[in-house]
Design a protein around this ligand. Structure first.
Ligand code: NAD
Ligand code: DAU
Length: 361
């Protein structure tokens, strides 16, 4: 790993990964290709450690010739592919972008890698790697007594987002099988932590609670997710890049599965603790049940024994410690919060998503 192309590095997990890897690896260069959609922001990339080793390029992964050009110009030997449309609710309201970026965009990157790495041979094939970041949602939904998802669970995606990620996983697998492209894939559960765009459950709840706004719980709130602190995800990706077996997929998860309602209550009590003077304490009083997400997956849970046994990775944070760190980060980074809130896309999204559900914002 010397010259690493990171796609989607201005988004939540990608920017955390750049911060993480610049700390951990002292001799690599990062080229960050990101289209700066509503979910990407240069605010996420401020004060990087050793920032002269980071080059930002604004561009679309679907632009095949741009990707090939970057690969040649920067002698890229590793691609870590985060770029995606990532929000399930948006995929329900407008699936087209998800197919374009997640399916066609992944194809465009894979084909550029095939052309430049395998066709032109500018890098020895044993020195290159295409690492694809995917999700547990490709496996569908679990019943209460089902065992957690393992790497061999059949794919059964339920939302346009999940289907587009499943399609991208299949394309990556195909390029390994057919063309011998050196790949690895990780399927990860719900991430949370610094720099997450506040359309997702945890930052949305923190920001709404701080302002005394309703805390919108979809349906009965008894859906279960497997929450992972984002830095733990970054470490797992690093381990796979360093020691993962080529052609393999690894499941990553946080080893905890609260219901949404339990999680939001826990967040509220952390806020009560840190904001004792707030007029909105107890924050739990703002919980509001709203219309459910169509096709809402009931339960996700990850079996992480493969990455634990093969690569000796396990999450460092438990849910309580990760949520504390996250709440503190949002309280202490009001400038970042304000910069996101100032963008019209955020308020437009709140209006569009929550008006339909009973107008809680
Ligand atoms: P995000 O929405 O925060 O960021 C996505 C980034 O990709 C943004 O910076 C955006 O500008 C960029 N992007 C979007 N379309 C692009 C395009 N066509 N060309 C170039 N850049 C483009 O997403 P995230 O939460 O950081 O997720 C990153 C990856 O991890 C995604 O592939 C997602 O499917 C996967 N994932 C996310 C989670 C989670 O809980 N957030 C869990 C498992 C897997
Ligand atoms: O499981 C991994 C996936 O986790 C990633 O692949 C996705 O990119 C990421 O967005 C996330 O998907 P979810 O749909 O699980 O995350 P979200 O934060 O949108 O919702 C988490 C749960 O909370 C889900 O059951 C829906 C519920 N929810 C969400 C919002 C935004 C609410 O009850 N109210 C809300 O306002």
């Amino acid at each position: 790993m010397r010259n690493v192309l990171i796609t989607g590095g201005a988004g939540f997990i990608g920017s955390n990964f750049i911060r993480y890897i610049l700390e951990k690896e002292s001799d690599l260069q990062i080229i960050n290709l990101d289209a700066l959609t509503y979910a990407g922001s240069l605010e996420n990339l401020k004060n990087l450690p050793d920032e002269e080793r980071h080059t930002f390029i604004k561009g679309d992964i679907c632009d095949h010739s741009l990707v090939e050009d970057i690969m040649r110009r920067h002698h890229i030997d590793t691609i870590v592919h985060f770029a995606a449309e990532s929000h399930v609710d948006r995929s329900i309201l407008g699936p087209a972008k998800f197919i374009q970026t997640n399916v066609f965009g992944t194809f465009s990157l894979l084909d550029a890698a095939r052309q430049v790495w395998l066709g032109e041979g500018v890098q020895p094939s044993e020195k290159v790697r295409f690492h694809h970041i995917s999700t547990d949602e490709v496996f569908g939904s679990l019943s209460p007594d089902d065992p957690p998802f393992s790497e061999t669970t059949s794919y059964a995606p339920n939302s346009p987002y999940a289907a587009s990620k499943a399609a991208s996983d299949h394309l990556v697998r195909t390029y390994a099988h057919t063309y011998d492209l050196p790949i690895t894939i990780t399927n990860c559960s719900n991430n949370y932590g610094p720099y997450q765009f506040p359309e997702k459950l945890i930052p949305l709840m923190i920001l709404n609670a701080m302002q005394g706004l309703p805390l919108p719980i979809y349906g009965d709130g008894l859906q279960v997710r497997d929450w992972l602190y984002v830095e733990d995800h970054c470490e797992a990706i690093h381990f796979v890049l360093k020691q993962g077996r080529l052609g393999q997929t690894y499941n990553i998860g946080g080893d905890n599965q609260p219901t949404n309602l339990e999680l939001v209550r826990q967040l509220c009590s952390i806020l009560d603790e840190h904001l004792p003077q707030s007029p909105y304490t107890p924050h739990e009083g703002f919980i509001t049940f709203v219309t459910d997400r169509p096709g809402h997956d009931r339960r996700y849970a990850m079996d992480i024994r493969k990455i634990q046994h093969e690569l000796d990775w396990s999450p460092r944070e438990d849910l309580a410690s990760g949520l504390h760190k996250t709440v503190l980060w949002y309280l202490e980074n009001i400038d970042w919060v304000d910069s996101i809130r100032a963008g019209s896309e955020y308020s437009e999204w709140l209006e569009c998503n929550y008006e339909r559900r009973g107008g809680v914002n």
